[in-house]
Design a protein around this ligand. Structure first.
Ligand code: UDX
Length: 432
């Protein structure tokens, strides 16, 4: 099938590469010349495990362009552009509609438009009506097909997806989608395939992401209580996980969730619930809990140093919102850096992958180190923000060896409190 994918961010690019890999002829289109130039050279514009390899494997089936005339003869056009949050928490659909307008301008025959971008419930219906009003000569139907990939494991999450959700209203559209995904529903992938109406499909995405965000906020609150009452969150979550109804995943306490999805999708669903006069107060609380959790290390540091952080040498280890990505969107590190700057601390940062991106934001306001050893040299306090393997495996003895004062605040529970104590390190972690 001839497939066009609009948007070459995490969702669009990974979708395009995987669909090309399983045998479709794919054109990826983006307004960003720089990204498209890199992709034409076979270079990935984002840091994502296995992406370069699959770009290479799929190269005979995939092309990249900024030319919107590519919409003219596609059987399926997939929209995977961003839906950033507006100041009121609602999703901004401007980029989605820009693509719709290009499709309206260039399409020459009936086609299915697939919405992969995360959009509020009812958007797919509105888009189909928009097409029907603007192009009466051809039939453009819309399918909702939300994306569940996680950054860092995106290729694997798409090939071996937990499920493929397709929302549509007519059999012809369902049949086209079945054909598109047929290879993934068979060996070796065996991805479960579910069909439903478009509004349900849109809701699956929000309900799933918000549930995972709730799970994280819940365990973070339990962790905070554990540290008050002398319990250990490690043992508590282990004990909980033996109950199959609870499971062990997404129960890692820390300094809160970041990234491009959970923060945005909790706010968008809360906004949607409010305008429908059915406020999701649990989701509202989750947003607040996460906001507070992100500053838990900073507040502890402030308390320990009697609110006086001026000139204090603070090192931040790990900057991306999670390991295996250079993505800084909603990363806890950024709000902590901002607070530390407000308090005139002297800040050194380290991250193997995300350092350059942080440099672009903060320029000469921070010191940038190229190794952990250098980052912590003469430091008064270390704040661990991301659980990169390199940080988890860092020998604690070095904190004692290199730091001016060995105060380690660990927001991702990378180290063993017992070992840290044995080594003479003042160690604070989450819920232990
Ligand atoms: C998430 C969803 O997992 C994915 O299904 C959806 O399509 C997009 O959003 P992603 O944002 O890539 O994926 O990262 P994820 O691994 O889910 O982590 C999100 C945030 O939650 C990170 O900041 C991570 O550190 C945090 N987290 C995750 C925890 O604090 N504790 C956990 O137990 C799990």
């Amino acid at each position: 099938m001839k497939v066009v994918v609009a948007g070459t961010g995490y969702v669009g690019l990974i979708t395009g590469v995987v669909l090309a890999y399983i045998g479709n002829k794919v054109t990826c289109v983006d307004v960003d010349d720089k990204k498209i130039d890199l992709l034409k050279k076979g270079i990935s514009p984002i840091y994502e495990q296995d992406l370069d390899k699959y770009l290479q494997l799929a190269k005979d089936n995939i092309t990249f362009t900024t030319d919107n005339s590519c919409y003219k003869d596609s059987d399926i056009t997939i929209i995977g552009v961003g839906t950033p949050e507006r100041p009121d928490g609602s999703a901004n659909l401007d980029y989605v509609y820009e693509v719709c307008n290009d499709i309206i301008k260039y399409a020459t025959k009936d086609l299915v438009v697939v919405i992969k971008s995360t959009v509020p419930i009812g958007t797919n219906d509105e888009i189909e009506e928009y097409f029907a009003n603007k192009r009466k000569d051809i039939k453009i139907t819309v399918a909702s097909n939300p994306e569940f990939l996680s950054q860092g494991t995106a290729i694997h999450d798409t090939l071996y997806a937990s499920r493929i959700i397709v929302g549509a209203l007519d059999e012809k559209t369902f049949a086209t989608m079945r054909k598109l995904y047929a290879p993934l529903t068979k060996e070796p992938y065996n991805v479960p395939y579910l069909e439903m109406n478009r509004r349900s499909a849109e809701m699956v995405k929000y309900a799933s992401n918000d549930f995972l965000a709730l799970k994280i906020s819940y365990i973070n609150e339990i962790a905070n209580l554990c540290s008050k009452v002398g319990a250990s969150i490690d043992d508590v979550t282990k004990g909980m996980s033996y109950d199959k109804r609870i499971g062990s995943l997404f129960l890692k306490a820390g300094i809160g969730y970041g990234g491009s999805c959970f923060p945005k999708d909790t706010k968008a669903l809360h906004w949607l619930s409010k305008i429908n006069d059915c406020e999701l107060t649990l989701v509202k609380d989750c947003i607040e809990i996460n906001k507070k959790q992100k500053l838990i290390l900073f507040n502890k540091l402030k308390e320990d140093f009697n609110n006086c952080l001026k000139g204090l040498k603070v090192t931040i280890l790990g900057l991306s919102f999670k390991p295996m990505t250079d993505d800084l969107r909603e990363a806890p590190s950024l709000v902590n850096i901002d607070m530390l700057l407000d308090y005139n601390a002297s800040i050194t940062v380290y991250d193997k992958i995300a350092l350059e991106k942080v440099k672009e934001i903060y320029k000469d306001k921070l010191n940038y180190a190229l190794t952990i050893d250098d980052a912590i040299k003469d430091s008064d306090a270390v704040l661990i923000m991301t659980e990169w393997e390199e940080i988890k495996n860092y020998d604690p003895i070095n904190y004692k060896k290199y730091m001016a004062k060995p105060n380690v605040y660990d927001g991702r529970n990378c180290h063993d409190p017992k070992i840290m104590k044995e080594k003479g390190i003042n160690y604070y972690s989450i819920g232990r």
